[in-house]
Ligand binder design. Structure first.
Ligand code: ATP
Ligand code: MG
Length: 218
């Protein structure tokens, strides 16, 4: 079993959007997935309860109960545990990071978010965990040219000591519409650019997790 924790000290950056889309992407590929919602705000729970078709198992829990959940899920043959976290407190997020194979740090491409990620990446390193930064809500490129705000963020993130998973997810209305129905961008519109972004992000993270795809290992 692989465990990913989706974090950011900043609120509203897209932790839940990223966590839910990744969980649904893995589920669609046939994985047994659990989403652990340790945010008292319960946004991942709201999203997945709006879902009207089969999907990942949902566990509304707290940081202190994650270790037990992790053990039980691993015993029961779950393939992927995705943990959606609150922005604070740090101690609870650290508990989640400690059981994760990969810490996904979400950031919007603006100065304050990026500065915050640089600090969070120190926490990941201090805990001896593996991390990756995902840019979310980046404005789309135009004719292949990245907006300056994105280029500046990518440049600044080079100093956080963690790799960047491509540009991640752009700011797109599809993500907002899809999550309100508990579906991924791909389930909402399989031909959308957002669908391709989520698939690309999941491929990148799977690779970092060392998950071999059936087609690749055949
Ligand atoms: N890539 C995106 N494009 C457009 N809207 C987005 C995107 N990602 C997130 N949003 C929207 O931004 C808002 C915040 O997203 P989300 O709830 O996922 O953030 P969060 O980091 O989990 O917030 P919180 O800190 O409150 O848990 C939501 O309205 C969501 O629909
Ligand atoms: Mg959230």
């Amino acid at each position: 079993m692989k465990t990913i924790v989706v974090t950011s000290r900043k609120g509203g950056v897209g932790k839940t959007t990223v966590a839910v889309n990744l969980a649904l992407e893995a589920f669609a590929a046939g994985a047994r997935v659990i989403v652990a919602d340790i945010d008292p705000q319960r946004s991942a729970t709201d999203a997945l309860k709006a879902r009207t078709r089969p999907g990942p198992s949902l566990v509304e829990t707290s940081a202190g109960k994650l270790f037990q959940l992790h053990m039980a899920a691993s015993r029961e043959g779950v393939d992927l545990l995705v943990i959606d976290t609150p922005s604070t407190p740090d101690a609870e997020v650290a508990m989640a990071m400690n059981i994760a194979d990969l810490c996904v740090l979400v950031s919007r491409p603006n100065f304050l978010d990026v500065a915050s990620v640089v600090r969070s990446s120190e926490a990941v390193r201090r805990l001896g965990r593996t991390g990756v930064v995902v840019l979310n809500q980046a404005p789309p490129s135009r004719k292949g040219i990245e907006p300056p705000v994105v280029l500046r963020a990518v440049e600044a993130l080079r100093f956080c000591g963690l790799p960047l998973a491509g540009i991640g997810l752009r700011a797109r209305a599809v993500y907002q519409a899809a999550i309100a129905h508990g579906v991924s961008a791909g389930e909402w519109d399989s031909n959308s650019t957002a669908a391709r972004e989520v698939a690309g992000l999941w491929r990148d993270l799977e690779h970092r997790l060392g998950v071999e795809r059936a087609a690749e290992s055949a």
